[in-house]
Design a protein around this ligand. Sequence first.
Ligand code: B12
Ligand code: SF4
Ligand code: SF4
Length: 397
Amino acid sequence: MTATPLTATPRWEGEAPVGSPASRECAASPAWRKPRPPLEEAAGALKLEIVARAKALGFDSCRIAASAPPRHSEEFRAWLREGAAGEMEWLSRGEEKRCDPQKVLPGVRSVIVVAQNYWQGEPTANPATAASGRIARYAWGEDYHEVMLRKLERLDEFLCERGGTQKCYVDTGPILERDHAAEAGIGWYGKSTMLIDPKLGTWFFLAEILTTLELSADEPQPSRCGTCVRCITACPTGAITANHRLDARRCISYLTIELKGSIPLELRPLIGDRIYGCDECLDACPWNRFASVSRETAFAAGPATRMPLRDHLALDDAQFRALFRRSPIKRIKRRGFLRNVCVALGNVGNRADLPALRRAAFDPEPLIAEHATWAIDRILDRSALPRSEPPVSGAKS
Ligand code: B12
Ligand code: SF4
Ligand code: SF4
């Protein structure tokens, strides 16, 4: 669909020729209200309508950035060159697009950025006696990619009616979402690299609509981190190596979600009981004390968040897919998830977890088997049990 050229006729209705008495009077007299150009007015009205529709769809914030190349493109390129992205080679594949929205949508004029609060309050106490692992809050409920994309598509339909051509992205597109969001004033860049909104804290997702429509851009927000460095000191693995710099290779979110293979031995003990993602630098942020529970019921915690760790080890492929059908956790598949569960059990499990781990040590998936063996050794070390326990019944040899 082609865009209506909103800026093509920059002629103001009732505009007086430059230098005429009317234009001088306009500058001098406060009583004289210069008529806004109809196209500018139309663009302003369209923006108001977009924001109202975004709010009606349940987004917590909606602001506009111009479609200029992201302010921190060079930092992003340097970050890739240093190898800080680890195995996320898809970030380098999309490097040029990420640094220029015109390469994503030729003719793009504006970036509509929306934020969606996902805070669900504190986790409810687990009644089970066996340890359960920690799942990052963003993955407690339904997959935000799907929940937000459905809403973006509704906005897209409306923008198409207004003559725009759009591309909608939730997380997975080749764009530097936080740079556009910071430019639009959705929040400021925290030292943890999280974007912070003074009301929502850090607990929100971002999504964008690139559009060929011209919309007036909003102002960025100043940083309010001040001298605080809580996120940096709270990080269990020292992944925030400087202000606004994160070495993904050390980040637990990367290790438990993005890394496909074996988790480096020296980092495993630092992961603790986290089985999917990490919220430590978010929990530490003082701006999160203002967080309020999300209006989006799809993000409410699902049953998997309360399951004892060792019960996860009993999941076969079909059961795993059924349990996480609507959750972002399905992305890492059974092999990635059970790998993480083994690491957590190695860190917080006890001898009651050994039978389940011994079965997992014979899992046909070598990644799971290797991490289960590591976990068994850790538990045995902690409880000073002999290593030569008989294999559990049912274990394949
Ligand atoms: C790759 C990725 C990751 C990687 C790398 C994260 C990282 N910080 O780079 C890993 C797997 C580790 C990760 C983890 C998480 N992620 Co993530 N991730 C992404 C993804 C797909 C790309 C981010 C990226 O381009 N990183 C490259 C780095 C260089 O860019 P950046 O993080 O934006 O960093 C910028 C700043 O460093 C800034 N900068 C550099 N120098 C300077 C200097 C100054 C003075 C300033 C102000 C800024 C500045 O410029 C950089 C380039 O733009 C985005 C979605 C997207 N398409 O953008 C989601 C996204 C950033 N992730 C998100 C979330 C929720 C998380 C987690 C909280 C999930 C969890 N609980 O486990 C953690 C948080 C970890 C953290 N502290 O950032 C949200 C963040 C929302 C928000 N409020 O900020 C996003 C936007 C997804 C979404 N659509 O909602 N993530
Ligand atoms: S998500 Fe966790 S591991 Fe990653 S930077 Fe934040 S605190 Fe560190
Ligand atoms: S913890 Fe402190 S330094 Fe880190 S993002 Fe929050 S306010 Fe900024």
